[in-house]
Design a protein around this ligand. Structure first.
Ligand code: BTN
Length: 352
């Protein structure tokens, strides 16, 4: 997908078909280019109806990212618009906290290599603290362990949020977990399901199938600060054919709740909850979240295999999560909070 194919998607309707010539005029291009862009759109799995005379229309509405809709939804959650810092491509709201208000800005872009790459690129010359960047499409979206991150246009949330901490990276080891908890809490509060769970270290799962993930990257180049770029990917509507390249079981909110989530509303609710979480984390660290995190852990008290970064495999029972976010594995079931600590790796149920 390119900025041009996203622009065409924004102009396609579900009810009214439009000819290549009409669309070409709207986008200031040629009908041939429109036909090529339609092919690009279809190549990612979006259904386009071709009506011989009338032209093209979409079979499902495309729920575009939209700053006005996002702002309205944020205001419905109690945020205020900060008039001084908003303009056409950039919106700043004030998120109410228990004692004060935290500004939060959002920028939407049609396509980008990776929202996290972009915030990291901006870091040397822009203060990315409390700046979120969301996109319709990533050409090089990244997951954990250098894996690609797959998404479906209009059916995914992909964003990154920059945050400045005064603490060092050791203090931030549980940050991705606190963020995944914030997302699971929001999804439940917004009524998608009452058993959204987590998978150590930072996956959001439903019935052991992956619904979303968090990737946190840190930068210490600026004196006395650690900047975190918090990347979030969440599946809202992810059709089966678009999931083919993914090796593991994945799911989406549509499958869970049978409703198509409003992307802008969900983005507002999740960002506000993440901002609240980050302000608590900055004061109290992961210790403030370890108990509720463990309560949501789908693998708690289960027999698991842990694949360590050096490819060693450890078998054990999940006995808990400690105050730094480390996984505690014990040799026998029922051990609570006692066992060996692991700070990195990938778990799976054992036997599978
Ligand atoms: C995971 O592997 O579970 C983490 C996935 C994180 C994906 C998001 S999408 C927005 C941001 N940009 C990226 O390139 N990755 C993160």
């Amino acid at each position: 997908m390119t900025p041009d194919s996203i622009a065409l998607l924004y102009h396609l309707d579900t009810l009214q078909a439009q000819s290549a010539a009409t669309l070409a005029e709207k986008l200031d291009t040629s009908p041939q280019k429109i036909r090529a862009l339609i092919k690009d759109i279809e190549a990612v799995g979006i259904d386009v109806a071709h009506k011989s005379k009338a032209g093209y229309c979409l079979l499902r509405p495309f729920d575009r990212l939209d700053l006005d809709a996002w702002q309205k939804a944020a205001q419905a959650h109690g945020a205020q618009l900060s008039k001084t810092q908003s303009n056409a491509g950039h919106r700043t709201i004030l998120v109410p906290l228990s004692k004060n208000k935290q500004p939060l800005s959002l920028i939407n872009v049609a396509t980008i290599d990776s929202t996290s790459n972009e915030l990291m690129r901006r870091l040397p010359h822009t203060d990315i603290h409390a700046l979120a960047l969301a996109t319709e499409w990533q050409t090089a979206g990244r997951g954990r362990h250098g894996q690609p991150w797959y998404a479906f246009p209009g059916g995914s949330l992909m964003f990154s949020l920059g945050w400045r901490f005064t603490q060092d990276s050791h203090f931030l080891s549980g940050l991705p977990m606190a963020v995944s908890l914030a997302i699971a809490n929001t999804l439940e509060r917004e009524g998608f399901a009452n058993n959204i769970r987590l998978k150590w270290p930072n996956d959001i799962v439903f019935h052991f199938q992956k619904l979303g993930g968090v990737l946190v990257e840190l930068n210490n180049d600026i004196p006395d600060a650690t900047y975190a770029v918090i990347g979030v990917g969440l599946n809202l509507y992810f059709p089966r054919q678009a999931r083919e390249p993914i090796a593991r079981a994945v799911t989406d909110l549509y499958n869970i709740s049978k409703t198509v989530p409003d992307r802008n509303a969900l983005l507002a609710a999740i960002l506000i909850e993440i901002v609240r979480t980050l302000t608590i984390y900055a004061r109290e660290g992961f210790a403030a979240f370890s108990a509720p995190w463990q309560e949501r852990h789908a693998y708690h008290q289960r027999a698991v295999c842990l694949l360590l970064p050096d490819q060693k495999i450890i078998k054990g029972f999940v006995a808990g999560i400690d105050d730094d976010g480390a996984l505690i594995l014990s040799d026998s079931p029922g051990d609570k909070g006692k066992g060996a600590r692991y700070t990195a790796g990938e778990i799976s149920l054992y036997p599978a």
